[in-house]
Design a protein around this ligand. Structure first.
Ligand SMILES: [Zn+2]
Length: 391
């Protein structure tokens, strides 16, 4: 049986054939135009330039090589223990450095300082101001390696990786922009590093709380504050600022109560009252207890619904009120997992903190809150237990 095409089907078929021929012709022409353009305007043979460049480096092999960007070919070498990136212009064949492709060096440097401050404590950033920089350029980011800076007794390699999103306004080449990335952050603590917790008791102090928070912040450190309920009530902003700055607040009872020598009812009252104030200010509940005087018994451990946080390094800062006593004590006794006891109320404690945080950093320690220490050590703080350190 024969099938006969209807009129409308013939029209449709003709139209289809016409469209196919048109598309085919278009691409054929387009390709020819491209070829013509190349022959006319670009007299350079970029692949030959790249080959020559590599041959001139003789026995060196590039660590990284990319032809993915619109304007440049990237070649990165390790030469005399520093990374050198060569950016070869695809149109001119010219070879330049990364800095040659930065169009506003002042703004770029400001951005660099801003990002360094996210990653490193203030004194490291200061030391890097006049350091030598070398660049490892990639498609989506550049890593800056620093050398020739002087920080006494410190030999860690310092570097900063910057995603091009952060500096796209200053780049003279077109980078590959990634939608999601994270800047390097000094508060992202590292499980492989030595870690200690610093704790401040008996606050908040209207005078020293803001100073201590600022010192912690600029040193990329956190701490735990075991606050007294009635003092929380007298400086609510201290509580809120401590809470909002990534630091931790635990209970030190309402009136600095000795929980070992007081009745169960009195202890309960004191803890509930403290939590109520804390909850009113932060909307959160207290998760840790530091018994005043470090004094407690088995009944307390059974009755109180919070882990007890003690310490293994007592600076006796309240007794000596002496900066060098505090710092020397910590330097001589600190080890991985230590919980250090200090108090929020004394000028000398705050000054000792200013001094000891850089020392701890330079000696490979990160300083965190008690809960962060537990989490970095894969430990769970349990109700009914008391902790003196967290190894
Ligand atoms: Zn106390």
């Amino acid at each position: 049986m024969q099938y006969k095409l209807k009129n409308w089907q013939i029209v449709l078929l003709t139209l289809l054939v016409f469209i196919i021929i048109s598309i085919f012709t278009f691409f054929l022409l387009k390709n020819n135009v491209k070829k013509l353009n190349l022959n006319n305007s670009s007299k350079i043979d970029i692949s030959k330039i790249v080959t020559n460049f590599k041959e001139n480096k003789k026995e060196l092999n590039p660590l990284y090589e990319s032809n993915n960007l619109k304007d440049i070919i990237i070649l990165v070498y390790n030469e005399d223990s520093t990374y050198n990136s060569y950016l070869i212009n695809k149109k001119t064949g010219e070879t330049n450095t990364f800095l040659d492709y930065i169009n506003n060096k002042d703004e770029f440097n400001n951005k660099l300082t801003e990002l360094l401050n996210l990653k490193y404590p203030y004194f490291i950033v200061d030391a890097l101001t006049n350091a030598t920089q070398s660049y490892f350029v990639k498609d989506t980011e550049v890593t800056i390696y620093f050398s020739n800076y002087s920080i006494e007794n410190y030999s860690e390699a310092l570097s900063l990786t910057i995603n091009y999103q952060e500096i796209k306004d200053y780049l003279k080449f077109t980078p590959n922009l990634t939608e999601t990335y994270t800047n390097e952050d000094g508060f992202n603590y590292d499980q492989s590093k030595k870690t200690v917790a610093i704790t401040f008791d008996d606050g908040p102090s209207r005078k020293y709380n803001p100073l201590i928070l600022e010192t912690l912040e600029k040193n990329k450190a956190h701490a735990s504050f075991f606050m007294v309920g009635n003092m929380m009530a007298s400086c609510e902003s201290c509580v809120l600022n401590t809470y909002n700055s990534g630091n931790e607040i635990g209970s030190h009872t309402y009136n600095h109560l000795n929980i070992k020598t007081n009745s169960k009812t009195k202890v309960e009252e004191s803890l509930t009252k403290t939590n109520d104030i804390y909850h009113k200010i932060t909307g959160d509940d207290i998760k840790l207890l530091r018994p005043p005087y470090g004094s407690y018994n088995k009944n307390n451990l059974t009755n109180i619904n919070l882990p007890f946080i003690l310490w293994n390094l007592d600076t006796e800062d309240w007794r000596y009120r002496d900066v060098s006593h505090i710092t020397e004590y910590i330097k001589n006794n600190v080890s991985d997992g230590s919980i250090i006891l200090m108090h929020e109320l004394y000028e000398t404690s705050y000054e000792a903190l200013e001094e000891i945080l850089p020392w701890l950093y330079l000696n490979g320690y990160q300083v965190v809150s008690v809960s962060e220490l537990a989490s970095l050590k894969n430990r769970t703080l349990e109700v009914g237990s008391a902790y003196r350190s967290l190894k």
